[in-house]
Design a protein around this ligand. Sequence first.
Ligand code: NAP
Length: 258
Amino acid sequence: MSGRIDGKVALISGGASGIGLATAERFADEGAKVAVTDINIAKGQELVTELREKGHDALFLELDVVDANSWRAVVGKIQEEWGRLDILLNSAGIGRAHPLLEMTLEEWRQTTSINLDGTFLGTQAAIRAMKDNNGGSIINISSVLGLIGLPNVSAYAASKGGVRLFTKAAAMECAELELNIRVNSVHPGYIETPMVMRRFNKSEEQNAIDIKELGQQHPLGRLGQREEVAGLVLYLASDEASFITGSEFVIDGGYTAK
Ligand code: NAP
């Protein structure tokens, strides 16, 4: 049976965990060759071993998304290995809370550099490679916090709002240059991944209450699952989304519909 992205070559940043990991698994199941990249070498290698054991084409490459040289090296290695690049998922990110009046410039820059500069560097490196094979699809993970604000997350919201508009501008530039490269953003609500779950560090009983309370902030009454986000990313990566570029896709159980 053929997959929805059969034979395509995909690069995933932040692929060792959470949304990136679930997408790597889904992409591989749908026939893609998958390059998992992350700063977390052990977890990334573990995932790639599992994918290979299932008979998938996968490789792990270490990548810190704030390092332009690393992006060049990673994309070069993928082209050497598989001859092309068709899909980029920019999923690497950090989600730290900092009260505005206490946040240092260093903390602000740490969040904006990984979440926003990393997305810029990845998008640029991927477009340079995708030009060689007449097209591709880039998916940038923003957030509901790229659409609305909340207390204590001003750096995160600024970075994710930046990802949203960077995506639209990059999409328009690719279209103007007739590159056949689509660029879209995805805006999840709270998804049950390590980034969110590590904040629940009280007693088991209290954590259960807090998780339920966070889930209930979404009209569907629960947290999202990483596989649900991976399904949307897969759609945008595939040729089924061939007329979609510069768009933002909210996947939040109704969080921003209120
Ligand atoms: P996650 O489970 O923490 O996965 C993120 C991965 O990125 C981790 O493996 C992390 O490594 C890695 N990473 C961190 N800094 C990096 C860097 N400089 N270079 C390369 N990799 C780096 O988080 P997630 O929930 O899947 O989040 C994925 C994306 O979705 C993020 O952009 C996040 O902002 C966004 N998002 C998440 C949610 C949510 O509710 N989970 C909601 C909206 C948007 P370490 O673990 O070693 O730091």
